[in-house]
Write a protein that binds this ligand. Structure first.
Ligand code: GLN
Length: 537
């Protein structure tokens, strides 16, 4: 039977619960155990799909098409285990299911309540779709003391009581601040946070203390005493220099050892940290830098393109360069500034996006990269804009555009239902956008001898999608005659998945999001190749 490890956070948010859970998962997996990592989010959105990246950072997409919290991206990148729909739940989802059931009379006249109905559903989520896993690490979003997270904490308390302390463990992550004025490390916030947790019946088994500097023995003793945790289980996590150091740091702090000891288990294999050490060294020691311009809408928010930033760094590690991301907000770009943007830039990346704002700047930049032979990678919306640019400026279709941006365009990009068989727009089609996204993993067949074929070294690939609009396939011949090749197609040959330019060193657009599948220990070939081309530029 699986053992369940619940990870909660206290004092402040953004302490790195996701990274801690992911690192622990890696360490356990590396010692021969089968692991699953899940996230419970206390907010009322049904999923993060409709949330602005400004609010919540990137929406991470799983193979099976779930739009999830970006922490699932951390889990995947560290464990290399594909997350599933069943690994992320929100309060909104739970409530919407419960209310639906109630409307159908599913509760047989009972009063529907947080306890037991909501907590029962949470407990069910924790166990759903678990088969032969040895460990299920379950992160609870938010901070202890939030009103929103209470039902989750109550549910994990009940869960532990039901399946037994020997099969469940509570890890609490807190902040141990350093006060400059008194030159002291302070344990009081941790004491209070654990007190809060204990007041709802949860006694942590391990306290992970996030701190700027190493915590002296006396302070650890204090935490142990006040929080009722053995001193070996007061684990410190001092800010790492790069996130790839986190598994090494937690190993040195014996987090995995204490977890196994708690469950009376022994490692089945010796932990392997060689690869993490190698990439940490590369990240910290690489001097050569490479500037990549990213033009997008949410460039000023740190986590809005989390997986993308990571994938570019992975590509840099593979090529022994430090990738310097220079972010430009698309709607602030004036046409006459384009040349300036490219001054010290070796490659251009246009990421995924939605809506009209800032598209002119993106198109102008793509035009510059195409003409001046600057390596270009267009992802999803970025690829669509490359098609629009080419249609306007090379095919001379003056009003070429995407129907996402205006209805008065010649549709080179449109909802599939909007085309007639000549590739022209059908007026007055269904404008309903709900439930029309292509989400999750789809296959693309790659054209023999194309650049993309050489990059992937494979005839077919599976990549993750998150979009509504598609490239109008009926113009394929026109594009190809002028040198823009549709080098990846859906297996039924209907949907263009990848485009590339002949007579250009490196110009690729992909309808999917390759960044979701890049891992620090196995960087994605597309990003490796893009960075390599940029390095040569
Ligand atoms: N807005 C575009 C679409 O829906 C692209 C989406 C994206 O870049 N993820 O097709």
């Amino acid at each position: 039977m699986a053992r369940y490890i619940f990870v909660t956070g206290g004092v402040v948010s953004s302490l790195g619960k996701g990274l801690s859970s992911a690192s622990l998962a890696y360490l356990l997996k590396s010692q021969g155990y089968k692991v699953r990592v899940r996230k419970m989010d206390p907010y009322l959105n049904v999923d993060p799909g409709t949330m602005s990246p400004f609010q919540h950072g990137e929406v991470f997409v799983t193979d099976d098409g779930a739009e999830t919290d970006l922490d699932l991206g951390h889990y995947e990148r560290f464990t290399n285990i594909s997350a599933k729909q069943s690994d992320n739940i929100t309060t909104g989802k739970i409530y919407s299911e419960i209310i639906k059931k109630e409307r159908k009379g599913g509760y047989l006249g009972k009063t529907v309540q947080v306890i037991p109905h909501v907590t029962d559903r949470i407990k069910q989520f924790i166990k759903t779709d678990i088969k032969d896993e040895d460990f299920v690490i379950c992160e609870i979003g938010g901070t202890v003391g939030d009103i929103e997270s209470l039902p989750f904490l109550e549910a994990i308390r009940q869960f532990s009581n039901e399946i037994g302390k020997n099969k469940t463990m509570f890890i609490h992550l807190t902040l141990v601040p350093f006060l400059k004025s008194s030159d002291e490390i302070k344990t009081k916030p941790t004491q209070h946070s654990v007190k809060e947790l204990r007041s709802i019946g949860i006694q942590p088994d391990i306290v992970i203390c996030r701190s700027q500097q190493s915590i002296p023995f006396d302070q650890r003793k204090k935490i142990s005493l006040f929080c009722n945790v053995p001193i070996q289980n007061v684990i410190e996590t001092v800010d790492v220099r790069t996130i790839y150091e986190a598994p090494i740091s937690f190993y040195n702090e014996k987090l995995d050892k204490q977890v196994l000891k708690y469950f009376r288990l022994k490692p089945k294999k010796k932990v392997n940290l060689q690869n993490w050490k190698k990439i940490t060294k590369t990240v910290l020691n690489t001097k050569k830098t490479l500037n990549i311009a990213i033009i997008g809408k949410y460039v000023n928010l740190k986590d809005a393109y989390k997986s993308l930033d990571e994938a570019l760094i992975h590509g840099g590690i593979k090529n022994n360069v430090k990738v310097n991301l220079i972010r430009f907000e698309s709607d602030k770009i004036k046409k006459n500034q384009i040349k300036k943007i490219f001054k010290n830039v070796s490659g251009l990346l246009i990421p995924g996006g939605f809506g009209k704002r800032g598209t002119d700047g993106k198109i102008a930049a793509i035009n510059y990269a195409r003409k001046n032979k600057i390596p270009f990678l267009g992802i999803c919306f970025g690829m669509q804009m490359a098609i629009v640019e080419f249609a306007k400026n090379v095919l001379k279709i003056k009003n070429a555009g995407s129907t996402e941006l205006s209805k008065n365009v010649f549709p080179v990009i449109a909802l599939m239902s909007e085309w007639n068989k000549n590739g022209r727009l059908i007026k007055g089609t269904n404008k309903n956008l709900g439930g029309t996204m292509r989400l999750g993993s789809y296959e693309a067949k790659l054209r023999h001898n194309s650049l993309i074929h050489k990059i992937y070294k494979s005839k077919s690939v599976f990549e993750r999608h998150r979009h509504r609009y598609e490239v109008n396939n009926r113009l394929k011949n026109k594009f190809e005659k002028k040198g823009l090749i549709f080098s990846g197609m859906s297996p039924d040959n209907q949907l263009p998945e990848i485009i590339e330019l002949n007579n250009h060193p490196w110009f690729v657009g992909v309808q999917f999001h390759p960044e979701f599948k890049s891992r620090p220990l196995s960087p994605h070939p597309l990003f490796c190749s893009f960075i390599k081309a940029a390095k040569l530029n």
